[in-house]
Design a protein around this ligand. Structure first.
Ligand SMILES: Nc1ncnc2c1ncn2[C@@H]1O[C@H](COP(=O)(O)OP(=O)(O)OP(=O)(O)O)[C@@H](O)[C@H]1O
Length: 330
């Protein structure tokens, strides 16, 4: 028997590991764009899942943003049926008219469609094809915008999205390996033009920054960036747990948060508590910035009788009677 190409083995092992702890008997669904990463993931899942006694299906979203996108989606679906995946769904979405830039609007439409499809099939998990290289890019972009640990932690291997486990089995697999898997299996992946469009910061990092880093610092740099994400993620998760407990402790029986309890916390915890509380009040996580949290923090640590702190979503917070309380920003 011919030896299995090492990249095929690496991707299968990664998928097996990701599926091992799953509960429930629904199928796993691979979210597949037809690109090399998710195509390699789908091929490996079609092989591994049945051997673990689980059905595997595929869902591909047609954003309708490029000519021929419906044909591309159909081609992915036809391949998937031939590979034994079941169920196989093509889901068209409408991107226009959503808030935010085109990239954010497409992502929101895609995730809504993917989650709705996973729920309709009672899927045990939805699998996406982010690789180690995507993780390295995420960490670099987070560093460049001055993100805190939550941003530097990159993308988690597993998270819950509206009750559906979202898994990223390929975070330790390189993009080069997924391309080799496709070549070894004779698959012809689709190359998303957005991935090389210099209008996108991620595409510029991919095309210009990562190759320079590898050339100047050596090939280990991508693994190292991904490791940084894993290390920071573990610390951030521990701090988040502590902050959740501290938020519960800081709640005042009269409503709002006790300034005394907040002041007793180390700044790393206090800013997390204030961030969570602001989200709880209704501030959108995307719009809530470091500056908003710093202004809330100043109500505790640099009190000089200042007025309401304005938060995104027309929300306000004031300090009164040794408490932080929500207030009409007007
Ligand atoms: N149109 C789509 N339909 C279904 N899933 C998608 C679609 N676009 C992206 N995804 C999922 O989201 C993951 C990340 O997509 P993104 O475009 O950010 O990365 P990528 O590195 O170009 O991945 P790929 O090579 O799989 O296209 C993909 O691997 C795939 O699992």
């Amino acid at each position: 028997m011919a030896a299995l190409a090492p990249p095929i083995a690496a991707v299968r092992i990664a998928v097996r590991r990701a599926l091992a702890g799953l509960t429930g008997d629904g199928p796993v669904l691979v979210a597949c764009s037809g690109g090399p990463d998710s195509l390699a993931l789908a091929a490996a899942t079609a092989f591994v899942a049945p051997r673990l006694g689980r059905r595997a299906g595929l869902v591909t979203v047609d954003h309708g943003l490029q000519p021929g996108s419906a044909d591309r989606a159909e081609a992915v679906a036809t391949w998937a049926v031939g590979a034994g995946l079941d169920p196989v769904d093509v889901v068209p979405v409408t991107v226009a008219g959503r808030p935010g830039g085109p990239e954010a609007a497409a992502r929101e439409a895609r995730y809504q469609a993917l989650i709705a499809t996973a729920r309709r099939h009672h899927a045990a998990a939805l699998l996406v094809g982010h690789t180690r290289d995507d993780q390295a890019e995420t960490v670099l972009l987070a560093l460049a915008r001055g993100a805190g640990p939550r941003g530097l932690a990159g993308m988690p291997e597993r998270r819950e999205l509206e009750g559906v486990p979202l898994l990223r089995p390929l975070l330790d697999v390189s993009r080069e390996e997924t391309r080799k898997v496709c070549a070894a299996l004779g698959l012809s992946p689709w190359e998303d033009p957005h991935n090389v469009d210099p209008a996108y910061a991620r595409a510029r990092v991919r095309a210009d920054v990562l190759p320079v880093l590898v050339r100047t610092l050596g090939p280990g740099v991508l693994d190292n960036l991904a490791r940084t994400a894993r290390l920071v993620a573990a610390d951030a998760a521990a701090l988040d747990d502590l902050a959740a407990a501290a938020l519960a402790e800081a709640r005042s029986p009269e409503g709002g948060l006790s300034v005394e309890a907040l002041a007793a916390l180390p700044s790393a915890l206090r800013t997390r508590v204030l961030h969570s509380w602001a989200r709880e009040l209704g501030a959108s996580p995307a719009a809530l910035s470091h500056r908003h949290v710093a202004a809330l923090d100043a109500l505790v640590t640099a009190w000089r009788g200042q007025g309401a702190v304005h938060l995104p979503g027309r929300l306000g917070v004031i300090r009164r009677d040794r408490r932080l309380i929500p207030a009409d920003p007007a």
